[in-house]
Design a protein around this ligand. Structure first.
Ligand code: URA
Length: 301
């Protein structure tokens, strides 16, 4: 069993490696030293207003070339400390918006690249196929799970098994959206044998693919399903209970963490909290729960 301190050291090492790789990809081969690092860097305070942007429909909105000011989101609960690692390095503001018409092609060519990936030789040799992700390239909301299971490995599509059926209900009956309107992906694109938890090296190998997917789609909101997704993207070792119920940011994108649907299948009592998380998202997105009385609309709660 690793200790929290070891977990944090490992995550810190991964953050540093990812930052260096990102700099390398941007053509920066040298970093001038010494770099005066602030003793205890912290995120600048974000605006803590309560107004929610009106966004009545899911039409793709053109996004400016530089990351726009994020919509006003509720302030973090003061009683909870910030995630352990998220403030160590501020993200460079290099995000550019990919034209909507280019996204499908970019995702398709990336999917072809991923299908040949052998960075994790064991996963490559045991998977039936990779599971890249699916949904709208202009989705406002992206769900991110852990890794394909047996059903996903067989079909090549994310969240199609029992947990997938629950996620689909959360999206359709709970939020009044369709699966086609959102984008669904995983941290790993290959099934870990016996559905074991992804290993840190596997996460490190696969995360750049997801980061590219997010950069192409640039959704307005992220919903991270479970601890693996939350730890990988928010670079934190905090337990899920400390991460859900408040807003985070991944590269400026307002992000909610909630229980993984598989955990909800095992612990139905947690559905109430998961529903509260979805409602937080829906409020920020300007969405209303479907009317229970309407034929076909079952609502949720
Ligand atoms: N669990 C996940 O995390 N992802 C899937 O695609 C299926 C089950």
């Amino acid at each position: 069993m690793s200790t929290d301190a070891e977990d944090e050291r490992r995550i810190l090492a991964r953050i540093v490696r990812q930052r260096l790789e990102a700099l390398g990809r941007a053509g920066i081969g040298q970093i001038p030293l010494p770099v005066p690092l602030p003793a205890a860097p912290s995120m600048p305070p974000k605006p803590a207003t309560t107004a929610v942007p009106a966004s009545p429909k899911l039409a793709p909105s053109p996004r400016p070339a530089v990351a726009p000011t994020a919509p006003a989101i509720p302030a973090s609960r003061p009683s909870l400390p910030p995630p352990v690692m998220s403030s160590l390095f501020e993200e460079p503001k290099l995000e550019v918006s990919i034209p909507a018409g280019d996204r499908e092609g970019l995702l398709a060519s990336m999917a072809a690249e991923v299908s040949k990936c052998v960075k994790c030789p064991h996963l490559a040799s045991t998977r039936t196929q990779t599971v890249f992700g699916e949904g709208s390239p202009t989705a406002r909301l992206m769900f991110i799970g852990e890794a394909p299971g047996a059903d996903e490995d067989r079909s090549g599509r994310p969240f199609v098994g029992r947990a997938g059926a629950l996620l689909t209900d959360m999206i359709t009956k709970g939020m009044g959206l369709s699966r086609d309107e959102v984008y669904i992906a995983n941290i790993l694109k290959s099934r870990p044998p016996e559905n074991r938890t992804p290993l840190p090296d596997e996460v490190a190998n696969c995360l750049p693919y997801l980061e590219r997917q997010i950069a192409i789609i640039r959704p307005e909101f992220l919903c991270l399903l479970g601890k693996t997704a939350a730890s990988a993207l928010l670079e934190t070792a905090l337990p899920l209970g400390r991460l859900r119920g408040r807003w985070h940011r991944y590269r400026e994108i307002p992000t909610i963490v909630t229980y993984h649907p598989s955990a909800l299948l095992r612990n139905p009592d947690w559905k109430r909290d998961a529903w509260a998380d979805l409602q937080t998202l829906m409020n920020a997105m300007g969405l209303k729960a479907p009317d229970r009385k309407k034929p076909g609309g079952t609502g949720s709660g």
